[in-house]
Write a protein that binds this ligand. Structure first.
Ligand code: AMP
Length: 148
């Protein structure tokens, strides 16, 4: 299955912040949307960076609360790893595990088409496994397995 299958269910909304927004504004966005990372984008379409709650925690631990008034670009990751819509879910899962990040923007022709989190991937995999389990149980018992 592909990343487009996840986006079809969760939608293509991407929360972004402008590069000149300060870190306290970033925290407000994370809290408002109950998310762990935000794409940094000057125009809302292209990826200029990604800022996660981990970046904020690390910066405050190193430099203190003064970080809150710094621009988000002072703490973000500029080299963002993105994937295309036709990327395989298992490849993206491996990428996130190996690189130790929990968010991947979906980008094609330089334009944002969504964000997938490790939570989205895990939910997708659990649903997939449950569907396979039902089919196998139906096959073994001779009962037809109906989709939930
Ligand atoms: P996360 O686990 O997604 O909260 O992020 C952990 C670290 O990886 C933070 O420093 C993020 O800025 C960075 N990060 C998150 N997602 C990506 C990505 N897709 N590409 C590159 N770095 C990322």
């Amino acid at each position: 299955m592909r990343i487009s299958d996840i986006l079809r269910v969760k939608g293509d909304e991407v929360v972004t912040v402008a590069p000149d927004a300060d870190v306290s504004a970033l925290l407000a966005v994370l809290a408002e949307h109950r998310i762990g990372a935000v794409v940094v984008s000057a125009d809302g379409r292209r990826v200029d960076g990604i800022a996660s709650e981990r970046d904020v925690v690390r910066a405050i631990a190193l430099r203190g609360a003064a970080v809150l008034t710094e621009p988000v670009t002072a703490i973000h990751t500029a080299q963002v790893r993105s994937v295309a819509r036709d990327a395989l879910v298992e490849d993206v899962e491996r990428l996130m595990t190996e690189r130790r990040f929990r968010h991947v923007p979906v980008v094609e022709d330089g334009v944002l088409h969504g964000v997938v989190s490790i939570g989205d991937v895990v939910k997708f995999r659990i649903d997939e496994l449950e569907s396979e389990r039902r089919s196998l149980a139906g096959y073994i018992t001779g009962e037809r397995a109906y989709p939930a």
